[in-house]
Design a protein around this ligand. Structure first.
Ligand code: DOR
Ligand code: ZN
Length: 406
């Protein structure tokens, strides 16, 4: 049995920092306490040892849009940013909506260096039971604007029966006006009698947050780093590189999201890479990359967020809501998905640090704290700026309905 000991770390365990060794055996946290010797030793030199982040909203493209991102480049970006598990959205080309497209996505995902869950679309309702049994993590993100109430309700009924989660892109657009509150209201009206679990993706407006919190429904929500660290005021500077759906919001919305961080369940990147050439077209596609900068940006504001809240937002809550067993915390018996961080090691984000194929970031010049080491199930995937493992270390994390063993 392979074993590794991490020494001299300040370990975030049971909501506090403890000075302790951590023993990892066969990819699992075997002991938090004093350890004699392991086959491999890692000296943390006083850094923080935290659970890896779980990014529940990435678009890793691949297949017909592999020139924008593929599972290797996307997952390297994740690892370099301290993300040890990603959940991929189904709006790829082709979309994941049946058994065939699901297995096609899974074959592409074999290149991943981090663990992954695969979401499926609700385009073909008669397929949802099979997809759930095959191991999809959740359904959606569903673009609410593209669905009739009837379609939404049929999907919600099945999702309720399966005890799955429906992720919803709740923004509704009329011309230049983008409103999330309207879409959230539609979602809750459709779900009122059904009571399925729903998840509001990339919530960006203060009014949307009011609806979510007052609904009484089984609902969770995520906010992106770009809606916390950028606002409409950055739009002119960024041009197409600051365009995404939902769009950047007012300074007031941003301030409200920060002040109500305790009402937000999780932070996810909505990593949606497009090439520089695509972004320079006359009608640039919406979306910005973010999986590598998600956690480093948040770590640069530990003074405001606090360590416990940060770990809840990026690790504990995603694992709990999406039912990722043995992930999201430093607990004996859990997967050794771990990162080492020096909170004082602040760096400016530059394109040369990025692993995404797209090669740009809307956060260029922002201050961030990158992990010095990222470990997935006990193997070091990223260390001191470099990817250290070959393609394919990542493994699928199946949803709760999986007929296969995880
Ligand atoms: O800006 C966006 N881009 N928002 C989305 O919801 C989808 C994403 C994409 O896939 O490019
Ligand atoms: Zn979306």
């Amino acid at each position: 049995m392979s074993s590794t000991v991490i020494r001299n770390a300040r370990v975030f365990c049971r909501n506090q920092l403890v000075h302790s060794d951590v023993l990892i055996e066969s990819g699992t946290i075997a002991k938090i306490g004093s350890v004699r010797a392991g086959e491999q030793e890692i000296d943390a030199r006083g850094r923080l040892l935290l659970p890896g982040a779980i990014d529940v909203h990435v678009h890793f493209r691949d297949l017909e849009e592999a020139y924008k991102e593929d599972w290797y480049s996307g997952s390297c970006a994740a690892a370099a940013g301290g993300v040890t598990t990603v959940i991929d959205q189904p709006n790829t080309k082709p979309p994941v909506c049946d058994e065939q497209s699901y297995f096609r996505k899974l074959r592409a995902a074999r290149k991943s260096v981090v663990d992954y869950g695969i979401n499926a679309a609700i385009e073909r309702l008669e397929q949802l039971d099979d997809l759930w049994g095959l191991g999809v993590m959740a359904f959606g993100e569903v673009f609410i604007q593209e669905k009739t109430h009837e379609e939404l309700q049929h999907a919600l009924q099945t999702i309720k029966r399966l005890n799955a989660v429906l992720c919803v892109h709740a923004e509704k657009r009329v011309g230049e006006i983008s409103s999330e509150a309207a879409g959230i209201r539609t979602l809750f009206a459709c779900n009122k009698e059904i009571g399925a679990k729903v998840h509001v993706s990339h919530l960006s407006e203060a009014s949307g947050l009011d609806f979510v919190k007052g609904s009484g429904q089984d609902v969770s929500c995520e906010v992106t780093p770009h809606h916390l660290f950028l606002s409409k005021l950055d739009q002119a500077r960024l041009g197409p590189f600051g365009m995404m759906n939902p769009p950047l919001r007012s300074r007031q919305d941003v301030d409200t999201l920060w002040s109500r961080l305790s009402h937000i369940d999780m932070i996810a990147s909505d990593h949606a890479p497009h090439s520089i050439a695509d972004k320079r077209m006359s009608h640039p596609p919406p979306g910005v990359p973010g999986v590598q900068t998600l956690l480093p940006l948040l770590l640069s504001r530990l003074d405001r967020i606090g360590l416990k809240r940060l770990v809840d937002l990026v690790s504990v809550a995603p694992a709990t809501r999406f039912n990722l067993k043995n992930k999201g915390a430093i607990v004996k018996g859990y997967d050794a998905d771990l990162i080492l961080v020096d909170p004082n090691d602040k760096k400016m984000i530059t394109p040369s640090m990025l692993h995404s194929k797209c090669g740009w970031t809307p956060f260029e010049g922002s201050v961030a704290v990158f992990p010095s080491l990222t470990m997935v199930r006990g193997e070091v995937v990223f260390s001191e700026g470099s990817i250290t493992l070959k393609k394919g270390w990542g493994s699928q994390v199946c949803g709760a309905g999986s007929r296969r063993l995880n």
